[in-house]
Design a protein. Structure first.
Length: 227
């Protein structure tokens, strides 16, 4: 949708700076911390959506999303396979360590630069469908594409593919889960008022992600925190 596509990764200050090959280590470290914080809070946000889901179908779809985020998979011959090292926050921590951070990072609370504040506030206010749209359509579905842009830019900057696993895995996974979320919104936003609210929420989610990456390199952005 236009409200989401209006905030492309290619136009952010952070991606433009990466592509120069001269992104300062301090900027990379700050961005890696923001990425890890966002990943940790994203898991908590999906858990909140599961807990407050209005129906069993939505709960099941979101639970599948949460299991994948938490590195848990189902195998017919073994049941649940739990791989802590495959948790998305753990993959984000791998990138953080590669940028000079470490396992002694503070707990992922609501402080610091991250992209989930608007969606988490909507959930806290009981605006479940808007919160889902903000986080899973405005951000997760969009990240299916933008994660690959970041992967290529960071790889060209000199990072090893192993340290960029957080970005690599999101191309396929976020496309699947984001499309599921979009279908949930289409089925449940049955009034024009709710449809307009969800469109606005998707745009808010996309813009929050865009601003976390430094805002507009061409001068229209609000915030240059990443750069």
């Amino acid at each position: 949708m236009a409200q989401v596509d209006a905030w492309p990764a290619d136009r952010t200050r952070f991606v433009r700076l990466l592509r120069t090959g001269r992104c300062p280590p301090a900027v990379l470290l700050r961005y890696a911390r923001s990425t890890w914080l966002s990943a940790s809070l994203f898991c908590a946000s999906i858990a909140q959506m599961v807990e407050t889901a209005p129906d069993a179908e939505a709960r099941l779809i979101l639970l599948e999303n949460l299991l994948e985020e938490e590195g848990i998979h189902i195998r017919a011959d073994r049941g649940l396979i739990v791989r802590p090292e495959a948790r998305h926050p753990a993959l984000a921590m791998r990138f953080l360590v590669a940028c000079g951070g470490g396992e002694a990072e503070p707990d992922p609370v609501g402080d610091g630069v991250h992209a989930t504040s608007d969606g988490r506030r909507m959930l806290d206010e009981g605006r479940w469908l808007e919160g889902l749209t903000c986080l899973l359509v405005g951000q997760e579905l969009k990240f299916a594409v933008t994660s690959q842009v970041l992967f290529e830019a960071l790889k060209a900057h000199g990072f090893a593919p192993r340290d960029l696993a957080f970005f690599a895995v999101h191309g396929e996974a976020d496309l699947k889960h984001g499309r599921q979320a979009l279908a949930m919104v289409a089925d449940r936003a049955v009034t024009r008022e709710m449809q307009d609210a969800c469109i606005a929420a998707a745009g808010a989610g996309a813009r929050a992600w865009f601003e976390m990456h430094g805002g507009d390199a061409e001068g229209a952005g609000r915030d240059a925190r990443a750069a």
